[in-house]
Design a protein around this ligand. Structure first.
Ligand code: COS
Length: 384
C-alpha cells in the first residue's frame, strides 16, 4: 500500500543518493575495518532510517510494508552491513513491541528506537536451539515483581550495539514446546547481562553478532511483552513473518547491485576482440539473473501488499524469503563467474558481496525452514 507517492518518491530518491554518494565509496573500508564510520551512523539517524517502520505515533515514519520493501530494495544496493545496523530497529528488534507490546511499553521504548538513540536486538537463537526455536532453554522465573532470566543466546545481530533485547525465554519449565515461552524486553546494563566476544564471520563485516549471556538477570514484570505469559513464541513467529519479507527485499536489492556490476564489467571487459557481453554464454547468465530478480521483486511486492491488506502472509513471506535469498545466491555466483579471475580478487568487490549474501539463506529461518513452513501451511490449509 502506497499512502503518498510523492513523499515515497522523495524518500526513495534520498536513499538512492545516500547509497551512491556516501555508502558505496565506504564499502571496502567497512569490509576491511569491520566498523561503520560514525558520520555514516549520524546520517542514517538524520534520514530517519532507524524508524522507517515504527508507527508515526511513536516518532517513526510508519511506512507500510510495501513502502518498506521498496526502501529495502534501494538501501540494499550497497553492502548489507549498512542496512543491518538499522534493520533490527525496523524489524526483529522492535516488532515484538510494535505487534504485541502494551501501550506503556510502546510509549517507553519505540520513540528511542525510531530515532536510533537505542538499537533493538532480537534474542531467540541459543547454542542448542536454532531452527527448532520452540525447544529453547533460557528460563524466566517469576520472583515477586521480577522475572529472573538465565541462559545464553547465540548469533545475536547487533548485540554489541544494542540498548534493548527482545528475549524469548521459558516461563513454564514443565511445558516443553512453544506454549511455555514468553517474550521480554531486557535493557543493556541490567546486572547479570553480559556479551561474548564479537563473532568472526564469513562476510557482512561491519555488522556484528555475539553471544548474550543471562546470569540471574532480574527484570521488572512490566517488561513482559504484552503483559502475557506463554505467547512469546507466537510473538517471535509474527516478528519473523515480517522479518522474512525484509530479508527477501534485501536479497532483491543486493542481486540488483551485483547484476549492475556484472553488466558494467561485461560491457567493458574485452576478450577475443570484443566485449564479453557480446558472447551468448555471458548473455545467458545476465538474462537468467535479470529474470530471477524480476520474479523475486514481484513476489516480495505482492506479499508486502497482502500484508498491508491485513492478510496472514506466513506462507507468502516464507516463499519470498526462500526464492529471493536462493536467487541472490545464484546471481552472486554468476556475477563472480562473469568477472572471471577478477571476481576472485578483493579489489573488485564482487567477492565481498558473494560472501555477504550467503547469510540471506540462513538467518531469520534457513531455506529449509521456509520450505517446511510453506509445506506445513499448504497441508494444513488444504485439510481445512
Ligand atoms: N504467526 C503466528 N503464530 C504462529 C506462527 C506465525 N507465523 N507460526 C507458528 N505459530 C504458532 C502456531 O499456530 C502454534 O500455536 P498453537 O499451538 O496455538 O496452534 C505455535 O505457534 C507453535 O507453532 P508450531 O507447532 O508450528 O511450532 P514448531 O515448534 O513446530 O516450529 C518452526 C515451527 C520450525 C516454523 C519455527 O520453530 C521456526 O520458524 N524456526 C526457525 C526459527 C528462526 O527463524 N530462527 C532464526 C532466528 S532470527 S535471526
Amino acid at each position: 500500500m502506497i499512502r503518498d507517492s510523492e513523499t515515497l518518491t522523495l524518500l526513495l530518491d534520498t536513499i538512492g543518493r545516500f547509497v551512491r554518494e556516501k555508502l558505496v565509496p565506504q564499502e571496502a573500508h567497512v569490509g576491511e575495518t569491520d566498523q561503520i564510520p560514525e558520520d555514516i551512523v549520524r546520517d542514517m539517524k538524520a534520514l530517519g532510517l532507524f524508524g522507517m517502520s515504527i508507527p508515526e505515533a511513536y516518532g517513526g515514519m510508519g511506512l507500510t510494508m510495501e513502502e518498506e520493501v521498496l526502501a529495502g530494495f534501494e538501501i540494499s544496493h550497497t553492502s548489507p552491513a549498512f542496512r543491518s545496523l538499522f534493520a533490527t530497529n525496523n524489524g526483529i528488534g522492535a516488532q515484538g513491541i510494535v505487534i504485541d507490546g502494551t501501550e506503556a511499553q510502546k510509549q517507553h521504548y519505540l520513540p528511542k528506537i525510531a530515532t536510533g538513540e537505542i538499537i533493538g536486538s532480537f534474542a531467540l537463537t541459543e547454542p542448542d536451539s536454532g531452527s527448532d526455536a520452540g525447544s529453547l532453554r533460557t528460563s524466566a522465573v517469576k520472583d515477586g515483581d521480577f522475572y529472573v532470566i538465565n541462559g545464553t543466546k547465540r548469533y545475536i545481530t547487533n548485540a554489541p550495539e544494542a540498548g534493548i533485547f527482545t528475549v524469548m525465554a521459558r516461563t513454564a519449565a514443565q511445558v516443553k514446546g512453544a506454549d511455555g515461552i514468553s517474550a521480554f524486553i531486557v535493557e543493556k546494563g541490567t546486572p547479570g547481562l553480559s556479551l561474548g566476544a564479537i563473532d568472526k564471520k564469513m562476510g557482512q563485516k561491519g555488522a556484528h553478532t555475539c553471544d548474550v549471556i543471562f546470569d540471574n538477570v532480574r527484570i521488572p514484570v512490566a517488561n513482559l511483552i504484552g503483559g502475557q505469559e506463554g505467547v512469546g513464541f507466537k510473538t517471535a513467529m509474527k516478528v519473523l513473518d515480517k522479518g522474512r519479507l525484509n530479508i527477501a527485499a534485501a536479497s532483491v536489492g543486493a542481486a540488483e547491485r551485483m547484476l549492475a556490476d556484472a553488466l558494467r564489467y561485461a560491457r567493458e571487459r574485452k576478450q577475443f576482440g570484443k566485449a564479453i557481453g557480446e558472447f551468448q554464454l555471458i548473455q545467458a547468465m545476465l538474462a537468467d539473473s535479470h529474470s530471477e530478480i524480476y520474479a523475486a521483486r514481484c513476489m516480495v511486492l505482492d506479499a508486502a501488499r497482502k500484508r498491508d491488506e491485513g492478510h496472514n502472509v506466513g506462507t507468502e513471506a516464507a516463499c519470498a524469503k526462500l526464492f529471493a535469498s536462493e536467487m541472490c545466491g545464484r546471481v552472486a555466483d554468476r556475477a563472480v563467474q562473469i568477472f572471471g579471475g577478477a571476481g576472485y580478487l578483493a579489489e573488485y568487490g564482487i567477492e565481498r558481496f558473494y560472501r555477504d549474501v550467503r547469510l540471506f539463506r540462513i538467518y531469520e529461518g534457513t531455506s529449509q525452514i521456509q520450505q517446511l513452513v510453506i509445506a506445513r501451511n499448504l497441508l494444513r490449509d488444504g485439510a481445512a
